[in-house]
Design a binder for this molecule. Sequence first.
Ligand code: GLA
Length: 357
Amino acid sequence: MSAMVKPQIKKGAFGKTTNQDQVELYTLTNANGMEARIMTYGGTVVSLKVPDRNGRLGDVVLGYDSLDGYLKNNPYFGSIIGRYGNRIGKAKFSLNGKPYTLPKNNGENTLHGGAKGFHTVVWKAMEVKPRDGVALSLSYLSKDGEEGFPGNLSVTVVYTLTNKNELRIDYSATTDKTTVVNLTNHSYFNLAGKGSILGHELMISADKFTPVDAGLIPTGELRSVKGTPMDFTTPTAIDARIDQQDEQLILGRGYDHNWVLNSVGGNLALAARVYEPTTGRVMEVYTTEPGLQFYSGNFLDGSITGKGGQVYNKRYGFCLETQHFPDSPNKPQFPSTVLEQGAKYRSTTIYTFTVRK
Ligand code: GLA
């Protein structure tokens, strides 16, 4: 473990957007020397340096060295996703009998908030004092009608780096008109810091998942994982079953599905644990959300050269996106994503980092 250091936040410039808006980069360091870099464009986690079993820090998230990459070609690396994370089928839904039409940016469907989702906006940053560690508060006002969604939505996302080596994300939002909200973070993890993620061992606390159609829209069924390649109730290497001739794996081109977490009532609970055998790094994900999208980086294809010149080939990163289920606005049987005027949206996810010797 690195020597104790004073927890701190440093602010620096990270460039300008195509609209000439200034983008800042904040470096958060905790008492153990663990470091998170977060930029105001997309509220993006740009790097996350955590110790391996020998105490050596390594960056466990994918991304670019400079803002330019994020502006030009960004598969949502590390960003905050909204107003509606994941897919809305046929790019429409209705609320109180009123239809709303959204931009189609994923075949017939809307993905991750539309073409100009929260991952493309510059957030307003403020340092805040948490009880433990250091924290950065980001806020954004999404205007009524933005990307087709109703209501002025005022959103705050607080990133806290605790001295227990946790990256905690607290989301909150209010609206002045009934709307739908589903916020998440789209970090691509690779606990080895490089190469394929196929050897990582994954556990997901879920007995069910939401099977999808060819457009990756849930059919509405909650299906048992038992006896299928979706069963991660006991730790299993990601590659153990990924190439099986399974209908759902074929539709997802690998894993790209939502798991129905076993937790109840919106209480913070363990959703997943990932272990990387070569470095000993362990990541746990805790969340108040009912769902978890496990995406195995199937669309990475070597066309992106990221940080330090690393070429991101297929399955070189994975995402664990805590969320409400995809297409909930069109699935009355799913937990609701509706936010009423006067109500407060709240969601918390914690990524904890430890090692196994
Ligand atoms: C999400 C989706 C995937 C893919 C990635 C980005 O997690 O579920 O299908 O679109 O984002 O490439």
